[in-house]
Design a protein around this ligand. Structure first.
Ligand code: HEM
Length: 186
């Protein structure tokens, strides 16, 4: 008996894709039993700790670039010292966020199964090495001396790289629904 429910092409495609099918093609990874188990395990009341922590390295990396810019503009040592602290905190919070993300990646089967999660991991580890270099260079060279030109250049590079990594992390959540509740309960 034909169903009287209207079938929208998008709905049919989404249902096929959830079953691991795309037309005649079958994605063997998507047919694995745990492919749709993507719910965060490193979370407080269902809210992923990684998503809460990443705001700190993102904001502090942008603050480092801003402080470098103000030092270049004003010559006031306060801004060079602010950039030293901001770059250090960006790195340390980035490592903390990365640890939470890595445990999530290893523990949650639906996250582990997707190539995009591993792309994000590789991008993030490269970003952490840039953040570490930015802080380490200031610590070893002297915070004022380090700003021009290499400190500000490193900060600009780190800001762009953070944008790419953060955008990609957003894709994991908004395109693949990684870390989100699969039951609809909070
Ligand atoms: C080092 C290893 C990292 C791993 C394995 C990792 C893994 C993940 C995973 C699995 C998600 C999906 C949400 C969740 O389950 O929590 C995610 C989201 C995200 N990640 Fe990472 N991540 C890492 C580092 C970073 C770093 C350093 C940044 C900073 C730019 C970052 C930025 C983001 C953002 C912005 C999101 C989206 C959060 C949201 O909108 O809710 N990640 N990451």
């Amino acid at each position: 008996m034909a169903s009287d429910r209207p079938t929208f092409p998008q709905t049919a495609r989404r249902e096929e894709s959830r079953a691991g099918h795309d037309g005649d093609l079958v994605d063997p990874i998507a047919t694995q039993p745990h492919f749709h188990r993507t719910e965060s395990r490193i979370a407080v009341a269902g809210h992923p700790i990684h998503a809460m922590l990443v705001t700190f390295p993102i904001a502090l990396t942008m603050c480092t670039l801003g402080a470098d810019g103000f030092y270049w503009w004003t010559g006031d040592a306060f801004w060079a010292r602010a950039a030293l602290w901001a770059s250090g905190m960006a790195f340390l919070f980035g490592v903390a966020a990365g640890l939470a993300g890595t445990v999530e990646l290893l523990l949650v089967p639906g996250i582990r199964a997707r190539a995009a999660s591993w792309t994000h991991f590789v991008l993030a580890v490269m970003l952490l090495s840039v953040l570490g270099a930015n802080w380490g260079y200031r610590l070893t060279t002297g915070y004022e001396h380090a700003v021009l030109p290499w400190g500000v250049l490193l900060s600009a590079f780190a800001a762009g790289f953070t944008g790419v990594t953060g955008w990609h992390g957003g894709k994991l959540v908004f395109d693949y629904q990684l870390g989100t509740s699969t039951t609809g309960r909070g």
